[in-house]
Design a protein. Structure first.
Length: 205
């Protein structure tokens, strides 16, 4: 049971729910990205899961023409409210091999960056909901906390863009996984990566 000394708190995240006029595209996308399977579907709702939970994602189905009623809805997150959900991969190899698998079916990140604390690939589902696929750059939470207090973090709190294809090449060439997580490890030689606020463009915002 999760508890602090003076109060009970929720134990873990269970699921999220999306009202969508693109339910077929969403089911297809989550099927590719998470290996999600539909555990219930009718003409009003679909429940999907990909692990031990009964459902991780529910889709409330809206009439498809409604997608045209809210043409700017996928950009809401660029300005206000929840920005993204983050999912951890337990190794940089698992993250990069997932990148490769998804690229093979045409699903590519909208932003690839070494944040300092994490190496992160951001994807967007068909409704524009942003998902961060990350792996920790430091071996323990304590080491990450120490990084938050470092000069490196205060000088560049956003991070430096990376080329996941280059990291994949380095992984295949036998580079130690820990070395792929270091600052600059994902910068292909001869290229000039964007760092810190310059990484923020309309696409990555
Ligand atoms: Fe994040």
């Amino acid at each position: 049971m999760s508890a602090t000394p003076d109060r009970l708190v929720p134990d873990f995240i269970a699921h999220w729910v999306v009202k969508t006029a693109r339910s077929a595209e969403m089911i297809d996308w989550y099927g590719h990205v998470f290996g999600a399977r539909v555990v219930h579907e009718d003409n009003q709702i679909a429940f999907l899961t990909w692990d031990h939970e009964s459902h991780r994602l529910a889709l409330v189905k809206l009439p498809p023409p409604l997608r045209y009623a809210f043409p700017l809805s996928r950009w809401r997150r660029k300005t206000y409210g929840i920005d993204h959900l983050a999912f951890t991969f337990t190794s940089v190899a698992r993250l990069l091999l997932t990148y490769e698998r998804l690229a093979g079916v045409g699903i590519r990140p909208v932003w690839s960056i070494n944040h300092g604390p994490t190496t992160s690939l951001y994807y967007e589902d068909p409704e524009g909901i942003r998902l961060e696929f990350q792996t920790e750059n430091h071996p323990t939470a304590q080491k990450t906390a120490e990084y938050f207090g470092s000069d490196a973090f205060s000088e560049n709190p956003i991070g430096t863009n990376i080329d996941p294809d280059y990291l994949l090449e380095r992984l295949r060439a036998g580079t130690e996984p820990a070395d792929l997580l270091k600052p600059g490890a994902g910068v292909r030689p001869g290229t000039k990566p964007k760092s810190n606020k310059r990484t923020i463009t309309w696409k990555t915002l």
